[in-house]
Design a protein around this ligand. Structure first.
Ligand code: BG6
Length: 467
């Protein structure tokens, strides 16, 4: 495996700790080598890269870098710098690693580099012959609009065919995303009601408590819509809304997800609230006049037989009241007239909802009404909650990146995005990208600009739970 961008944040926080966790869990191949790479200006020696890895695993890993497992992992690490004009150190490191493996092992390249660097790294892999038979993991954001995504796909396709490209979206590696499939398609209790006849609206809500945390340069050029919606939240929507695939094989699963994207109506800017937290413009590196959104809430629609007329509300933002990952399905109310219920009491009821919390480990909650004990017929909110924590042995759980890197090593593309799917999402996003409404301020610690309530009417956001 070659990690491009080996001294960067992603490799330090996620990839090195994740690879060590896989090794520790016995999920790495019997023989493997990990070669870190970066431009020569930031080159490390093998020893420095091992120290870098030890520090990364100490700070961010779930298992401590010690014992036999660590020793073996550490021995697998080496470093080779690469610049487009001089890829020699990398080639030498890969050759050395191949020799250690006793033959020509299949190469997996992970492009943990900023999007501007994708084309030159892909070109380098092609020109040096490293791409031959290799697989490539490409990080998000995959383009910033339709033309840039098309150009990026063309560049990658000039070296790799689609079957060897793994566009990674770490949300799809979360356990609970697989669980959406299990919940929907494994249960006669839920499958028949998962459609417009029973569901009034869907919320996909990923508020974050963290701010931009010093990522001004990235964020100013990206904003929440590109950073979170076009990638993670639309992908999740694909899983919530897809038709039953004929199997869980990559071709079947991805085909159903892409059909959801095909049916996505163009995003209407009138149904979008863009927000910016107060104080964002004073962050170091941020333009004092910046119009970049740190929050977005939108209503989108799927024009297909299952979901026609059912709005999907998506929300994400930085510096909000809580960090959560929640999908809420609102069900149709039956006629409640037979129950004596004063209006003020009735308006506090939050029932007829299914809430899938996909924090790791997540939970599934059904909200419904029960009779309050006593002589009068009075309805009250009730909940049935299933918690993953405590229900299963968590040792087998893998974090998003771990699961997806493992899948890429095994050549399983089920949870990776296809080029046409990504392009279709950018196409649907075009009206908003061309005419974004102005950003509205919101207080850090709140849940976004006030207009979000108007956006979701006649429904209510299921978060915060105590509203
Ligand atoms: C990343 C975004 O892809 O996902 C970040 O670039 C965001 O801005 C992060 O904070 C959220 O991921 P998670 O798994 O922590 O919810």
């Amino acid at each position: 495996m070659v990690l491009f961008g080996a001294t960067g944040d992603l490799v330090r926080r996620k990839l090195l700790p994740g690879l060590f966790h896989l090794a520790n869990a016995g999920l790495m191949p019997e023989n493997y080598r990990v070669v870190g790479s970066s431009p020569a200006a930031g080159a490390l020696s093998d020893e420095e890269f091992r120290t870098h890895a030890r520090e990364a695993v100490t700070e961010f890993g779930r298992s401590k870098p010690e014992g036999k497992a660590w020793q073996a992992f550490e021995e697998s690490l080496s470093f080779g710098a690469a610049d487009p004009e001089d890829p020699q150190p990398l080639l030498a490191a890969v050759r050395e690693a191949q020799r250690g493996l006793g033959g020509r092992a299949r190469l997996l390249a992970h492009l943990a580099v900023p999007p501007v660097a994708f084309p030159s790294v892909v070109q380098l892999l092609g020109d040096t012959g490293l791409a031959e038979d290799a697989r490539v993991i490409v990080e998000k954001p995959f383009g910033t609009d339709l033309p840039s995504a098309q150009a990026l796909n063309a560049t990658i396709h000039s070296v790799f065919d689609e079957s060897r490209i793994f566009r990674i979206d770490h949300f799809l590696g979360k356990e609970s995303v697989d669980n959406i499939l299990a919940l929907r398609f494994g249960n006669g209790l839920f499958e028949p009601i998962w459609n417009r006849d029973h569901i009034t609206h869907v919320q996909i809500d990923v508020p974050e408590e963290i701010s931009i945390e010093g990522r001004a340069r990235f964020f100013e050029g990206t904003g929440t819509f590109r950073d979170m919606i076009v990638t993670h939240l639309f992908q999740l929507m694909g899983f919530v809304a897809m038709e039953p695939p004929t199997s869980l094989e990559a071709h079947a699963l991805r085909a159903e997800k892409e059909k959801v994207f095909q049916s996505l109506r163009p995003v209407d800017p009138a149904h979008v609230v863009r927000g910016q937290y107060t104080g964002y413009r004073e962050e170091p590196g941020v333009d004092p006049q910046s119009d970049t959104e740190t929050f977005v809430a939108l209503r989108v629609e799927l024009d297909n037989w299952r979901w026609a007329g059912v709005p999907f509300f998506l929300r994400s933002g930085k510096s909000l009241g809580q960090g959560r990952h929640v999908v809420t399905l609102g069900f149709r109310e039956p006629a409640l007239r037979m129950f004596p219920m004063d209006v003020s009491h009735g308006s506090c009821l939050r029932s007829n909802e299914m809430v899938i919390d996909f924090d790791d480990p997540g939970s599934i909650t059904a909200r419904f009404l029960t009779k309050e004990p006593g002589p009068a017929m009075r309805l009250e909110n009730a909940e049935m909650v299933f918690q993953y924590a405590g229900s299963y042995n968590e040792v087998h759980a893998l974090e998003g990146y771990e699961r997806l890197i493992l899948d890429a090593m095994l050549g399983d593309q089920s949870l990776f995005t296809r080029s046409d799917g990504i392009e279709r999402l950018w196409e649907a996003a075009t009206p908003l990208l061309e005419k974004p409404p102005p950003v509205e301020p919101y207080a850090p610690g709140s849940w976004g600009p006030d207009r979000i309530h108007q956006l979701i009417e006649p429904y209510r956001w299921s978060l915060p739970a105590d509203q």
